[in-house]
Design a protein around this ligand. Structure first.
Ligand SMILES: Nc1nc2c(c(=O)[nH]1)N[C@H]1C(S)=C(S)[C@@H](COP(=O)(O)OP(=O)(O)OC[C@H]3O[C@@H](n4cnc5c(=O)[nH]c(N)nc54)[C@H](O)[C@@H]3O)O[C@H]1N2
Ligand SMILES: Nc1nc2c(c(=O)[nH]1)N[C@H]1C(S)=C(S)[C@@H](COP(=O)(O)OP(=O)(O)OC[C@H]3O[C@@H](n4cnc5c(=O)[nH]c(N)nc54)[C@H](O)[C@@H]3O)O[C@H]1N2
Ligand SMILES: [Mo]
Length: 639
């Protein structure tokens, strides 16, 4: 095996076009590329979708979804939120009517118990984790629920190393124990929730000893977490992809929300539910309506009054039904329901589960426009490639983080070559398709959004500057709202309390890809500190930290297979097979392996993963594949 040089990506500086399916991409002028893109898209108005960029600004996402809805007449618009936190949004909105995390980062420093569930924030959310560390220093106790003893778990008072895909048994056992020990907040449950009796019956079979058998975590540890969480004056529950990237991700989320409802750890300062979002602006992308079921301001597209407001603001007719989400768009490529895609800053050829299938589908499209900052593998499949400026550091606008805080970003660097801002490019295409939108700058886009989104109305650029970012909801230009959501649940007056929060009656449903004799190892995939997603943006530099891809095994498994660090093995699942070197990690236990998707050009991890999707949110089960590991006949080592 060659000594590995992680691939570096070429920054796009000029538009590229392809003259026919079999010819390579060639450089073109902006005029030619935009004309071609507009002509190609115009041919496919009825079978078209937009992938919008969760790294680009709010203003870009607003204009991208407007392009889909107004220019192309479709609600088929979505982003990588689908592969990521769509179950959190679906779960939280089903319970509370809004999909945002309920707390602020600051509150983590003033809480008593922090539960990090399926989240490796030390690696993936280091800024948030600084607040966790301050909380711990101030006396908070942290619990980590994760199959691996991650770098986050190493800071925990107790690590609950459960089996992959057993979160519902764990949550139900905790719920049952809280009820059994008389630690539920009965007054809150009575006043602010519905479905408690059914919930109590549902969790009744989940004794601590049954949970120990199913999750692999000692009953005593589960009991300790249940008591600590329920007894705490204030408690924060954070989760990320260990919960959501399962075929039943939304059910998992509901199981965790139940615990907050049971104890009243919601709607008060220092207590709440905090799914840490993935990309720098994935929260904002959804808030801006770059999702198939919501208009900007997270307003329901099925609400006729909401539609009417946007129809008059945009002088258009909005289709009165939800569009296809990212997963459904990929499925629709199969039967001709989707023939053309405008992909703005996403790299699905490498990030989708079962990537071989995803590439085959993208390649079969009649027309693909990719607008990116690098020549990705998705861009290599495109008919037209449009070079954008980076939302980070090369563009004016705003982004929204996991605590719903909208912040300004600014152009600090001059973009290379002929790269243009995402908004400009989208508007050029819109103009060629008959919609002449005149935005002087990003602020003009933002002010249009403010005029249609009550939650953002109070956030002028000047105020964002003055307050160093403002959290939504912000309906008034003269005040700020509390830093946490759903305080209404504590109101004594039923009118002001509003809709009660329903318990989620969800059941254990193990991973789809079962382990057996042929595929005896459970592979879970996720992140390392030193590289970002499909590696496009973190691929351009050499660093001793960047080890390239490895399949991580525990020492016992490495010994069983007779392999050492750096030795290459074949890793196969029911879908595909890759060759990767071994790394030995004591964070793992026998039967559990770990890989990332950061170096798909060397080791395409997503050839192994399964496209088993959550039926509610469309998120794939990236966290649970069954694999087999084979020693290669000739021993090969890589550094
Ligand atoms: N350095 C770095 N930071 C990033 C990114 C990056 O690529 N690199 N990507 C960003 C993005 S897009 C996202 S969405 C976030 C993701 O942030 P995280 O969700 O924290 O990252 P992951 O490593 O994917 O998964 C989290 C944990 O889930 C655990 N897990 C796996 N299966 C299960 C299970 O069945 N149950 C439970 N309870 N846990 C399980 C894994 O062991 C892992 O430690 O990170 C963001 N931040
Ligand atoms: N096996 C496995 N697969 C996974 C996951 C996993 O845990 N395991 N996690 C999933 C998750 S959580 C996510 S979020 C996805 C991520 O999947 P993707 O979103 O497809 O991957 P990224 O590498 O983040 O790609 C981002 C692209 O946006 C471009 N870009 C960055 N900024 C801008 C901008 O301002 N404008 C434009 N036009 N382009 C820009 C970058 O150059 C890059 O090509 O992967 C998913 N896939
Ligand atoms: Mo993500």
């Amino acid at each position: 095996m060659r000594k590995r040089q992680p691939k570096t990506y070429t920054r796009l500086t000029r538009p590229l076009v392809r003259d026919s399916r079999d010819e390579p991409l060639r450089q073109a002028s902006w005029e030619e590329a935009l004309d071609r893109a507009a002509r190609g898209l115009a041919r496919h108005r009825d079978a078209f979708g937009v992938f919008s960029c969760a790294r680009a600004t709010n203003e870009t996402n607003y204009v991208a979804q407007k392009f889909a809805r107004v220019v192309m007449g479709t609600n088929n618009v979505d982003s990588c939120n689908r592969t990521c936190h769509a179950p959190s949004v679906a779960g939280l909105s089903a319970v509370f009517g809004s999909g945002g995390g309920t707390s602020s980062y600051e509150e983590i420093e003033h809480t008593d118990v922090i539960v990090m569930w399926g989240s490796n924030a030390r690696f993936a959310h280091p800024i948030f984790f600084q607040h966790v560390l301050k909380g711990i220093r101030g006396g908070a106790r942290m619990y980590a629920v994760d199959p691996r003893r991650t770098s986050t778990a190493q800071w925990a008072e107790s690590w609950l190393g459960l089996n992959v895909g057993t979160d519902i048994p764990m949550a139900h056992a905790i719920g049952r124990e809280i009820i059994r020990a008389g630690l539920a907040d009965e007054a809150f449950v009575e006043r602010a929730t519905t479905g408690f009796e059914e919930y109590r019956e549902l969790v009744e079979p989940w004794t601590l000893s049954l949970a120990e058998k199913v999750t692999g975590v000692p009953a005593r540890a589960i009991q300790e977490l249940a008591h600590a969480y329920a007894r705490a004056e204030r408690a924060q529950l954070s989760w990320t992809l260990g919960i959501t990237e399962h075929h039943n991700g939304t059910d998992n989320v509901r199981a965790l929300i139940n615990l907050a409802l049971l104890t009243g750890h919601i709607g008060r300062y220092g207590s709440g539910l905090q799914p840490l979002r993935g990309q720098n602006n994935v929260q904002g992308g959804g808030d801006m309506g770059a999702i198939p079921n919501r208009l900007p301001g997270f307003q329901d597209l099925l609400d006729a009054d909401v539609r009417l407001k946007f129809e008059s603001a945009w002088d258009t007719v909005i289709r009165p039904h939800y569009g296809l989400n990212l997963t459904e768009m990929f499925e629709a490529m199969e039967d001709g329901g989707l023939r053309a895609v405008y992909c703005i800053g996403e790299n699905p050829a490498q990030s989708e589960a079962d990537s071989e299938q995803a590439v085959r589908r993208l390649r079969a499209l009649d027309f693909l426009v990719v607008q990116d900052i690098f020549l990705t593998r998705t861009a290599e499949l495109a008919h037209v490639v449009l070079p954008a400026t980076a939302g980070w550091a090369e563009t004016e606008g705003t982004t929204t983080n996991s605590e719903r805080r909208v912040q300004r970003v600014r152009r600090a660097l001059t973009p290379p070559g002929e790269a243009r801002e995402d908004i400009d490019i989208i508007c050029e295409l819109a103009a060629r398709l008959g919609h002449d939108w005149k935005y002087a700058d990003a602020e003009a886009v933002w002010n249009e959004l403010r005029s249609v989104s009550p939650d953002h109305y109070g956030m002028t650029y000047a105020r964002l500057e003055e307050h160093q970012g403002i959290q939504w909801p912000c309906p008034g230009t003269d005040r700020l709202e509390p830093a946490y959501l759903h305080g209404r649940l504590w109101e004594p007056d039923p009118q002001r309390r509003g809709m009660p929060a329903p318990f989620g009656l969800v059941r254990h449903d193990p991973p789809v890809d079962l382990t057996d004799e042929e595929y005896p190892i459970r592979l879970t995939t996720g992140r390392r500190l030193d590289s970002y997603n499909t590696g496009v943006q973190s691929g351009g530099f050499a660093s001793p930290l960047r080890r390239g891809e490895y399949v991580e095994l525990c020492p016992e498994d490495a010994e069983r297979y007779g392999v050492v660090v750096g030795e290459a093995v074949r890793v196969s699942s029911r879908r595909g097979s890759v060759v990767a070197p071994v790394w030995i990690d004591t964070a793992l236990r026998p039967g559990l392996a770990f890989m990332t998707m950061h170096f798909p050009d060397e080791v395409d991890t997503n050839q192994l993963t399964i496209e088993a999707n959550c039926p509610i949110a469309g998120t794939a089960e990236f966290k649970a594949s069954a694999i087999r590991i084979e020693k290669l006949p000739a021993v090969t080592y890589v550094r």
